[in-house]
Design a protein around this ligand. Structure first.
Ligand code: MG
Length: 220
C-alpha cells in the first residue's frame, strides 16, 4: 500500500538515513577524490535530524564542521530490490537537507580507515526541510539546488549533475536495505562545501521545494 506523505513536516517517523558520498563530480574533485563507480553509501542516525527553524549545534569534538546541501528523497512506499524504472514510485516526497560533516574527524577516519559514523552522526547533523509531495516534482534530476550562508551563495548546482540519479540510488540502496516509509535518502552534495561558524544562518532552496533554514550555534 502506498503511503502518501503530506506537504508538511507532519509525516511518518524518520526511519534510517542513507547518505551518498561523492555523487557530484565537482565535489569529488574538490575533495581530491575519484568519482566512485558505484554509489558510496553511509548511514546517519535518525537522532541527527533537526527541522527548519532549529539549530545545528557544533560539537566540542570538532573544529571544522562543513555544510553539504543535498536533495533528500523521502521514501513513501516500502520496497526491496526495486527496479530502477519504478524506483521513483517509492519516493513519497522530497525535501532539502544538509549533510553536516565534521571534516576534521572525517579526514582522520579516512586516514585510519575507520567508518564515518562519528563525523556524520552528531546530534543536529541532518537538518531536514519541510516535505514537498513527489507529485510536485516530476523530474528530480532537473532542480536547481542552492545554499546560502548569511545570504551569500556557497553551493549552487543542478541535480542533473548527479553521477547516480535518485532512481538509481533508490534501486541500488533497496538491494541492500528494505526501504520503508520515513526513510531518508540524502543524495549527495555539489561542490562548494565549507566550514560553518557560530551564528551562521544556512538557507537551502531548490526549484519547487520548500526551503530550509537553520542557525549554527556553538554552546559556550
Ligand atoms: Mg553529503
Amino acid at each position: 500500500m502506498k503511503i502518501e506523505l503530506p506537504c508538511s513536516s507532519q509525516s511518518p517517523p524518520i526511519g534510517k538515513i542513507l547518505g551518498i558520498g561523492r555523487n557530484y563530480a565537482e565535489h569529488a574533485d574538490e575533495m581530491a577524490r575519484d568519482v566512485p563507480n558505484e554509489p558510496m553509501v553511509f548511514l546517519k542516525p535518525a537522532s541527527a535530524v533537526v527541522r527548519s527553524g532549529e539549530s545545528v549545534i557544533l560539537p566540542p569534538q570538532s573544529q571544522n564542521v562543513h555544510h553539504e546541501v543535498e536533495l533528500v528523497a523521502v521514501i513513501g512506499e516500502k520496497g526491496r530490490d526495486i527496479p530502477e524504472n519504478n524506483a521513483l514510485d517509492h519516493v513519497g516526497a522530497y525535501a532539502l537537507g544538509l549533510d553536516m560533516t565534521a571534516r576534521d574527524l572525517q579526514t582522520k577516519a579516512k586516514e585510519q580507515r575507520h567508518p564515518w559514523s562519528v563525523a556524520k552522526g552528531f546530534d543536529t547533523f541532518a537538518p531536514l526541510g519541510p516535505f514537498t509531495a513527489a507529485a510536485s516534482i516530476p523530474d528530480p534530476q532537473n532542480l536547481r539546488l542552492r545554499l546560502t550562508v548569511n545570504g551569500e551563495v556557497r553551493q549552487e548546482a543542478s541535480t542533473e549533475k548527479m553521477m547516480f540519479s535518485v532512481a538509481e540510488l533508490v534501486s541500488y540502496c533497496s538491494q541492500i536495505f528494505t526501504l520503508t516509509p520515513g526513510d531518508l535518502l540524502y543524495t549527495g552534495t555539489p561542490s562548494g562545501v565549507g566550514p560553518v561558524q557560530d551564528g551562521d544562518v544556512l538557507e537551502a532552496a531548490a526549484t519547487n521545494c520548500a526551503s530550509l533554514s537553520v542557525t549554527v550555534t556553538r554552546p559556550a
